[in-house]
Design a protein around this ligand. Structure first.
Ligand code: PA5
Length: 350
């Protein structure tokens, strides 16, 4: 089961290989973004983007949360918040360069006098930045947006490194080395007995995963959800502690169908004591209905562990696609919806 030949037969365009290039992408992106390096005294940075582009910003913002005085807000919308004003920096991240929500927020940024920086592989954002004499960092073309996570994350980190109190370059490069090690252990040639991504895929097969993260791991849980959605083509949900203990846990207790769901807890050795006790206690309650899968990366820095956990989810979702015999690469519904909206006249062109 999940032998290399079967994986490459279903994963025809080698999405697994693309996702596994995360460490190289990240280092490349860091170099690109560092060429523009923002001033350290900026008050506020808005990073606008959607889906596979926005998640790179979420992960960066969560990782650096305690290490900057600058507020970084990730905006998934057509509009910037009303408090955005001249002097703020807006980084518009759209892998394709054509996402209407992102283009709309980017043009609002220019209208109100923010400094705009584009990040894309080309598309309309490239033209827009040129016409408005705004800078843009290009990322390589030919990837699905979610497969360019490393390029986008590295670029955002390179752009924002000036607002982080300490030097992050070394940490990113160290995390890349950790990821190179991790991916070997998750490779298709490793059997299900030793390959954690394969074993998670087998446990999730036939169920709906609900992925729980806390602190910096909340956006990683969201990435797991969206990778299960887009690669394995299944419904999945992400949730976070401690919030889930104040509502969702009740659903586990009452639901007749809770056995259909697979809880996955993304753990970290640096969880605060109160969170650790809380999550352990929650496991006891949810565990009466469904045994949680617990995942914990052994990397020696927070970023290594965040990205090691992220890579594990990426690859588990692709192995699940193989088990389900669906090509993980195309996103037919997303593309169909975008085409329909385009044919009706995009909001960003109005
Ligand atoms: O993974 C995907 O394909 C989507 O989530 C896209 O990232 C999303 O639709 C936005 O597109 P883009 O990343 O090109 O701006």
């Amino acid at each position: 089961m999940l032998a290399p030949a079967e994986v490459s037969r279903i994963d025809k365009r080698d999405l697994l290989g693309i996702m596994s290039s995360l460490p190289e992408q990240m280092v490349f992106g860091l170099d690109q973004g560092s060429a523009l390096d923002l001033p350290s005294d900026v008050r506020r940075i808005f990073i606008v983007g959607m889906g596979g582009s926005a998640i790179a910003a979420d992960v960066f913002a969560a990782w650096t949360m305690d290490r900057r005085a600058t507020d970084i807000q990730v905006i998934r919308d057509y509009r910037l918040p009303a408090h955005a004003s001249e002097g703020d920096i807006v980084i518009a991240v759209t892998y394709s360069g054509d996402t209407e929500e992102t283009l709309s927020a980017a043009s609002q940024a220019v209208r109100i006098g923010c400094k705009l920086i584009g990040v894309s592989s080309g598309g309309k954002l490239a033209d827009f930045c040129k016409e408005n004499r705004m800078e843009r960092v290009g990322v390589p073309q030919g990837y699905p947006p979610r497969g360019a996570f490393g390029y986008l994350f590295g670029t955002i980190a390179g752009l924002c490194r000036g607002v982080i109190v300490d030097n992050i370059d070394k940490e990113i490069k160290k995390a890349a080395v950790h990821l190179e090690e991790e991916r070997k252990a998750l490779n298709p040639d490793k059997s299900t007995k030793v390959n954690r991504a394969k074993s998670i895929a087998l446990k999730v097969y036939g169920k709906t995963p609900i992925i729980y993260g806390s602190m910096a791991f909340a956006p990683v849980a969201r990435r797991w959800q969206t990778e299960f959605n887009e690669n394995a083509k299944i419904l999945a949900w992400a949730s976070s502690f401690p919030e889930a203990d104040h509502n969702e846990i009740e659903g586990w207790g009452g639901s007749q169908s809770s056995g259909r769901f697979q809880p996955i807890f993304l753990r970290d050795r640096n969880e605060t004591d109160e969170l650790r006790m809380r999550i352990d206690a929650t496991r006891g309650i949810i565990g009466r209905k469904a045994k949680p899968i617990e995942v914990e990366d052994k990397g020696d820095s927070l970023l290594s562990r965040m990205l090691g956990t992220l890579l594990l989810g990426d690859l588990a979702s692709i192995y699940l696609a193989v088990l389900r015999k669906v090509d993980p690469y195309p996103v037919i519904s997303i593309d169909a919806l975008k085409a329909k909206l385009r044919s009706q006249g995009s909001a960003s062109e109005s």
